[in-house]
Design a protein around this ligand. Structure first.
Ligand code: GLU
Length: 474
């Protein structure tokens, strides 16, 4: 059997989309599972859509997430270059080969002519495709155009009355009529190939065994199969991943903030959670397990368990997963990841910061939420007026006074000592439950709900705790 070789082939036209990340991840996982190679190829043949820096940005994000490639523009490889704009000669060679074998033809139609053709076909309710008027040009007419250097493209001549049948690893047996395929442009007038020609040529030369890509490319597969046939090459195994849908089953939003991987990382999602979540967009294990590290995914992933039905992008699940990772990753690691969100918060010391993170991660799902959560420890917050009244009660005043009197005798770093002090206070004052805890929390953090008392005191520290309690003594 040929070795498994898969490729992630993004076009550097903007940001890395959640769908792109899923393709890259599945490529990576499949290659690892099969002991094969995962290749990164940059498909930059649409010069008008290219965004400077996009390719590097994409490589950086994937690297941050732990997805590295065996062959790529960065690390090179036996089939370099891995950037399509550096392989133009190869595409020209094969476009010419197709011209010579009669499988392709030159088309000199002006864009205005093509627009008009499209509008007329649309008005008649027909399938929009090139009407092949240039296919009947005589050699003399073609030579005349070439002599005048009329801008032109090279089109693939699709077969008539042909049924394309192929087996897709996820979708099973697929059949498509050739009549549903246009005579695809292979080489554009600027001399650059289209995706269809370049990807086919490269997949062949790079010995790609499985083409793993989004379902939106399924309708192009007949053109690619035809190209392989015309060029006398063996086609790879086709693998079309399911669409990613919003919760209401509509197509996933195109708004950048909703689908760009970077924007999720910037919003404070952890890379571990994002990867785990994206892995489950279409794939699940036999036991429906939900939580996986990248290493565990490498062991468990297989393409057979990828669904063909659309995968729902459920943000609530991502939030839940993120919360899980916030609570379960090592404290120091979470603290490090949360640091940028705390840059405007003045902290006493590292110990206080870690105590805040420890308390906050129990209650927050996102990194920035932890910084919001921390505010109550940094700046004293006034309880609302009704709560202020409660603080004036005799019982409340007794509770505050108890702590002011006894706190200095204990070590706030020792949770046991704080718990013992609280027990003693309840017994001594004969005040319990809400009547005991609410005034204490209101004085300490300005609200009636918050972390447990040992954490609260540890975060505030002796000086600040006493100060806050004192403020409310009448
Ligand atoms: N360059 C294509 C894209 O941007 C790649 C499609 C494929 O994987 O064949 O999605």
């Amino acid at each position: 059997m040929n070795p498994t070789r898969v490729r992630f082939a993004p076009s550097p036209t903007g940001y890395l989309h959640i769908g792109g990340l899923r393709t890259a991840l599945y490529d990576f996982l499949f290659a690892r599972a099969m002991n094969g190679k995962c290749i990164l190829r940059i498909e930059d043949t649409d010069q008008s859509r290219e965004v400077a820096g996009a390719a590097q940005n994409l490589i950086d994000i994937l690297h941050t997430l732990g997805i590295d490639f065996d062959e790529s523009p960065l690390v090179g490889g036996p089939f370099a270059p891995y950037i399509q704009s550096q392989r133009l000669e190869l595409y020209h060679k094969h476009a010419n080969q197709l011209l010579e074998s009669g499988h392709a033809y030159r088309c000199f139609c002006h864009p205005d002519t093509l627009n008009q053709m499209r509008e007329e076909q649309q008005a008649r309710g027909e399938f929009v495709k090139y009407d092949r008027r240039c296919l009947s040009l005589s050699q003399a007419e073609i030579d005349e155009h070439l002599a005048k250097a009329t801008p032109h493209v090279i089109r693939l001549k699709m077969p008539d009355n042909h049924l394309f049948a192929f087996d897709d690893l996820i979708r099973g047996h697929v059949e498509m009529e050739a009549s549903q395929s246009d005579d695809q442009v292979l080489l554009k007038s600027d001399g650059f190939p289209t995706y269809h020609l370049a990807a086919t040529v490269d997949d062949h030369y790079m010995q790609i065994s499985h083409v793993i890509r989004g379902e939106e490319w399924l309708s192009s597969t007949p053109k690619h199969i035809w190209l392989y046939e015309c060029l006398g090459w063996q086609a790879p195994q086709w693998v079309h991943l399911p669409l990613i849908l919003n919760s209401d089953r509509s197509k996933l939003s195109k708004r950048m903030n909703d689908v760009s991987v970077e924007s999720y990382l910037n919003k404070g999602y952890l890379k571990e959670a994002l990867l785990n979540f994206v892995a489950l967009l279409g794939w699940h294990s036999a036991d429906d397990r939900e939580l996986y590290t990248l290493a565990e995914l490498c062991e468990s992933f297989n393409l057979e368990r990828v669904n063909k039905a659309g995968a729902i992008f459920d943000l609530t699940k991502l939030d839940w997963m993120n919360g899980h990772y916030l609570r379960n990753l090592p404290l120091e690691l979470v603290a490090e990841r949360a640091r940028p969100y705390f840059k405007d918060i003045s902290l006493r010391d590292t110990e206080q910061y870690l105590a805040i993170i420890m308390a906050a991660r129990e209650r927050c799902n996102l990194l920035p939420e932890m910084a919001d959560y921390a505010q109550m420890f940094i700046t004293p917050k006034d309880p609302d007026p009704a709560e202020l009244d409660l603080l004036k009660d005799e019982a409340s005043q007794q509770v505050l006074a108890w702590y002011i009197a006894h706190l200095p005798g204990i070590d706030l770093g020792e949770a046991d000592q704080v718990n013992q002090l609280t027990k003693n206070g309840i017994a001594e004052l004969g005040i319990k439950g809400k009547a005991f805890y609410t005034p204490l929390r209101l004085a300490l953090i300005g609200q009636s709900h918050g972390p447990d008392l040992p954490s609260t005191f540890a975060i505030l520290g002796m000086e600040e705790s006493l100060k806050r309690l004192q403020t409310h003594i009448l």
